[in-house]
Design a protein around this ligand. Structure first.
Ligand code: GAR
Length: 188
């Protein structure tokens, strides 16, 4: 039985695309069973449709609180018998409802060498700091924002001061590292 993945994303979805493609091409012995998105209208939704991946798209403001929409997400994940949740540009803090049900099965990709530059503006913060070696981290998700145990990291040099260029250099590294890391985790 192929491992069942859930990918969570809020935006463009290039990491979703890399994971879904690796599944479709048999690079990963896994299937993206659902793509969860908190931004109706995000580009990642069209990507999921192109791969025939089911989606759960929700608008947080139509729920009274985080626990309410996370309870809905947990129902979807349970119904799909999800083995691993991959946060891929999901720009929302995971709360205790989702963690309570899936902690130990949730990983995140972050565009810095953690524990440096946590949070939503990691690349911009690193550029402002004058960083010369950038990187990507994949880590377990726990209640500590971007603070869970590190699973994989990859560094790259950049001496300039353009955040867009850091994102451009980091993207192919993210895609490769995410697929490699998922592969190792699901083989265990
Ligand atoms: C990625 O660069 C990922 O590292 C970042 O969002 C981007 C999503 O890109 N995640 C964070 O900043 C999490 N704090 P994508 O939508 O093209 O996959």
């Amino acid at each position: 039985m192929k491992k069942q993945l859930a990918v969570f994303a809020s935006g463009t979805g290039t990491n979703f695309d890399a994971i879904a493609r690796a599944c479709a091409e048999g690079v990963l012995d896994a299937e993206v069973a659902v793509m969860v998105c908190d931004k109706p209208g995000a580009a990642v939704i069209g990507k999921a449709e192109r791969y025939g991946v089911d989606t759960f798209v929700f608008s947080p403001k139509s729920y009274a609180c985080k626990a309410d929409y996370e309870a809905e997400i947990v129902k979807v994940l349970d119904a799909k018998k999800i083995d691993l949740v991959c946060l891929a540009g999901y720009m929302r803090i995971v709360g205790e409802t989702l963690l309570g049900a899936y902690e130990g099965r949730i990983i995140n990709i972050h565009p810095s060498l953690l524990p440096s530059f946590k949070g939503a503006h990691a690349v911009e913060d690193a550029v402002a700091y004058g960083v010369k070696v950038y990187g990507i981290t994949i880590h377990w998700v726990n209640a500590d924002l971007d603070g869970g145990k590190i699973i994989a990291q990859r560094a790259f040099p950049y001496e300039g001061s353009d955040p867009a260029e850091v994102h451009r250099l980091g993207q192919p590294i993210e895609h490769e590292l995410y697929v490699e890391t998922i592969k190792k985790l699901i083989q265990k």
